[in-house]
Design a protein around this ligand. Structure first.
Ligand SMILES: NC(=O)c1ccc[n+]([C@@H]2O[C@H](COP(=O)([O-])OP(=O)(O)OC[C@H]3O[C@@H](n4cnc5c(N)ncnc54)[C@H](O)[C@@H]3O)[C@@H](O)[C@H]2O)c1
Length: 344
């Protein structure tokens, strides 16, 4: 089996590359190695950037530095592959406000190019959308709670209308990718799955304030740096561990049940930001210093996926619970401090 992973040197992409390399597949990581987001984290960007590249090299993954906006290169490298998994993206809402051109070209044209390569070569393709495409109207439907959570009674399924309420360029670009996926399924019968992903976390995640909040909190707690909580800390996500998402990609490869899917931890992994700090305190033996700041425009205060469709059609359910996933993440950070500081 030969697999092409766009964004293979990113957080999720590196897990997908590892997952297939360990299955004995021939794996190509196709990544432009941008430092755009890493440069904003305060970590040593070069050390952080090279970490996944070096990790995958040792696993025998073929590393290609190339851009999803370059259709010709993408079509050439994907030729002869059995599966394309598209994780490359401009993933941060903050960056989408500041640089809508980068956001649109990467997320819209990048996803379009991946799909078009898949269509021409008749390769099944799975791509990463995000639960953000449902829009921020959910915020208006919340009941403020005196407990640790903002509460909305039900988990949200794929029938929930997308793009409701206030929109950012990220909503538009990720939704466009999701709509193109559906379009290629309908028009060209491309075997394709668009995963509407909730907050993902795991090892090899260089999370900062723009993107990857669980890792951002975990990294800061290990280094003793204060972390900033935007809003009350009662925001809720059904976080999902990266290895579980890899299993979901493989479930689509096995079933070829094309469509859009919510991929998240579901109700049982729902945690608030404050819960996450509690878990970090318990696992680290010290409570991280927390600073509160104003709510950020565009932040979604609640999201819990209904993952029934993925269970029924892909036979997939998430397995790793937050305490276990965060424990693995902390162990990795502690063993790899130089990847954040650049110092031996
Ligand atoms: N991490 C999360 O919590 C989360 C949540 C919802 C959805 N997603 C989606 O999952 C996917 C993976 O996210 P991630 O957290 O691993 O992000 P990431 O930033 O760690 O990885 C993305 C990778 O894509 C690469 N890339 C960016 N632009 C590129 C381009 N033009 N050409 C080639 N490569 C390019 C980057 O260099 C990076 O290595 C994204 O589509 C993201 O929107 C992530």
């Amino acid at each position: 089996m030969k697999v092409l992973v766009t964004g293979g040197c990113g957080f999720l992409g590196s897990h997908v590359c590892e997952f297939y390399a360990r299955k004995g597949a021939s794996v190509i990581s196709y990544d432009n190695m941008t430092k755009h987001e890493l440069a904003r984290t305060g970590f040593a960007a070069a050390a952080a950037r090279n970490y996944n590249w070096n990790y995958l090299k040792k696993l025998g993954v073929k590393l290609v530095k190339a851009d999803v906006r370059n259709f010709k290169a993408l079509a050439d490298y994907s030729s002869g592959c059995d599966y394309i998994i598209h994780t490359a993206a401009q993933p941060a809402m903050t960056i989408s406000w500041e640089d809508p051109v980068l956001d649109a070209t990467t997320n819209v044209m990048g996803t379009f190019n991946v799909l078009e390569a898949a269509r021409r070569h008749k390769i099944p393709v799975a791509a990463c959308a995000t639960i953000h495409i449902y829009g921020n109207k959910i915020n208006e439907e919340l009941r403020e709670a005196k407990t640790r959570y903002v509460r909305k009674p039900a988990a949200i399924d794929e029938k929930y209308e997308i793009l409701q309420g206030m929109l950012s360029p990220l909503h538009a670009s990720k939704a466009a990718g999701d709509i193109y996926m559906r379009t290629y399924i309908d028009t060209y019968k491309t075997q394709a799955a668009s995963f509407r992903l909730t907050g993902i976390y795991g090892t090899r995640q260089f999370g900062g304030e723009d993107h990857g909040w669980v890792a951002n909190f975990a990294i800061r707690s290990v280094f003793g740096w204060p972390l900033t909580m935007f809003g009350t800390g009662k925001q809720v996500r059904d976080i999902v561990y990266a290895a579980d998402v890899c299993e979901a990609f493989h479930a689509f490869y096995r079933t070829r049940a094309s469509g859009v899917y919510n991929i998240g931890g579901g109700v049982k992994t729902m945690i608030s930001l404050l819960d996450c700090v509690d878990i970090l305190e318990e696992l680290n033996g010290a409570r991280p210093e927390v600073k509160f700041a104003a709510d950020r425009y565009g932040d979604l205060r609640y999201f819990v996926c209904d993952t029934d469709k993925a269970k029924k059609q892909l036979g997939w359910t998430p397995k790793i619970m937050p305490e276990e996933g965060i424990r693995r993440l902390l162990e990795w950070i502690k063993a790899n401090k130089q990847a954040f500081t650049g110092k031996k």
